[in-house]
Design a protein around this ligand. Structure first.
Ligand SMILES: Nc1ncnc2c1ncn2[C@@H]1O[C@H](COP(=O)(O)OP(=O)(O)O)[C@@H](O)[C@H]1O
Ligand SMILES: [Mg+2]
Length: 312
């Protein structure tokens, strides 16, 4: 068990809002006085750039954490009050190959992050693949956070993603849970988005009371609308709160941070309680969690059972 409540932000699809979410949700959480470390595990180093750091400038990066005896703490830097980052470099792309003969190579990040770290939360920005870097994030994490763009093909990859989470949970990280799905670049007016959300909800509801890691997963009530300011701010090396604090993007990530802290962010706390019913536009409250586990059969969303995201 790591001392820091750790979230892996994953989706093997690129361009769904992972990095935007880690940067801006992280900043919103820090702004509320919670110490948080954002971990850039993507060789593209977009998170690093988003936070105004030139990849390669800091003396150490997540590459050094994985490939040398550098500690995790040594690779972190404070970028704003309560907000730290462990930056990435392009070299990280080679890590998968360089580690190929290393025993326990999926668990290096977890071992390094097991040291005492002065944060309440850590949030790991993953590359758009389910390779070794993402496996390291899943091994180090308590919870999986899945940004998703609700369009026609959005649910296709979710089966494969959940299959990977399930595998990691069974083989290397028994405590791993899926916190939930965050809808990014949401087009409020489209019927399609509502249909995707309905499919998603039906899938998660079917898992309540089972032993799968997503048995308590939620669809976050606060979604992130498409907002051009969110797309602009990375090129200025600023979070949305420094770039355009009055934008819809800043508002959406602020609301999400409140929800995050209330329902999944309670450090070391029990499993999230069901949300109260509300007039929120997207999501209905999650049903209470059943105590009695159902048959231990792990649903396998990637294998094409009817009604699973893999089929959407
Ligand atoms: N809510 C949003 N509205 C508009 N553009 C967004 C939004 N979220 C992300 N973007 C932009 O979409 C692109 C992909 O987002 P990003 O967070 O980098 O995705 P990922 O990390 O999953 O690849 C980026 O150019 C980003 O600035
Ligand atoms: Mg990214």
């Amino acid at each position: 068990m790591l001392s820091v409540k750790t979230f892996a932000v994953i989706n093997q699809k690129g361009g769904v809002g992972k990095t935007t979410t880690v940067a801006n949700l992280g900043a919103a959480i820090a702004a509320r006085g919670h110490d948080i470390c954002l971990v850039d595990l993507d060789p593209q180093a977009h998170l690093t750039l988003h936070l105004g750091i030139e990849p390669g400038q800091p003396p150490l990066s997540t590459y050094d954490v994985l490939l040398s005896d550098a500690s995790f703490a040594a690779a972190t830097m404070l970028v704003a009050p309560h907000l730290s980052v462990a930056p990435a470099v392009i070299d990280l792309a080679a890590a998968e190959i360089e580690l190929v003969t290393t025993v326990g190579r999926e668990q290096i990040l977890r071992d390094k992050m097991a040291a005492h770290l002065p944060y309440e939360f850590a949030m790991i920005d993953c590359p758009p693949s389910l390779g070794l870097l993402t496996l390291n994030a899943l091994a180090a994490a308590d919870e999986v956070f899945i940004p998703l763009q609700p369009h026609f093909l959005a649910l296709q990859g979710l089966g494969k993603l959940l299959e990977t989470v399930s595998l990691v949970q069974r083989r290397i990280n028994p405590r791993l849970r899926v916190a939930g799905v965050l809808l990014c670049m949401y087009e409020t007016a489209t019927r399609l988005a509502a249909e995707v959300v309905a499919d998603l909800r039906a899938f998660f509801d079917a898992a309540r009371g089972t032993h799968v890691p997503w048995a308590n997963a939620r669809i976050f009530e606060h979604y992130i609308r498409r907002n051009v300011k969110l797309a602009e701010c990375p090129s200025y090396g600023k979070t949305i709160f420094d770039y355009e604090p009055a934008s819809n993007g800043a508002q959406d990530y602020t609301m999400l941070a409140e929800e995050f802290l209330a329902v999944v962010g309670a450090a070391g706390g029990p499993a999230p309680a069901p949300l109260e019913a509300s007039a929120a536009p997207v999501v209905e409250p999650n049903p209470p969690q059943a105590d009695a586990p159902a048959e231990a059969e792990t649903p396998s969303p990637a294998t094409g059972q009817a009604g699973t995201p893999g089929q959407a």
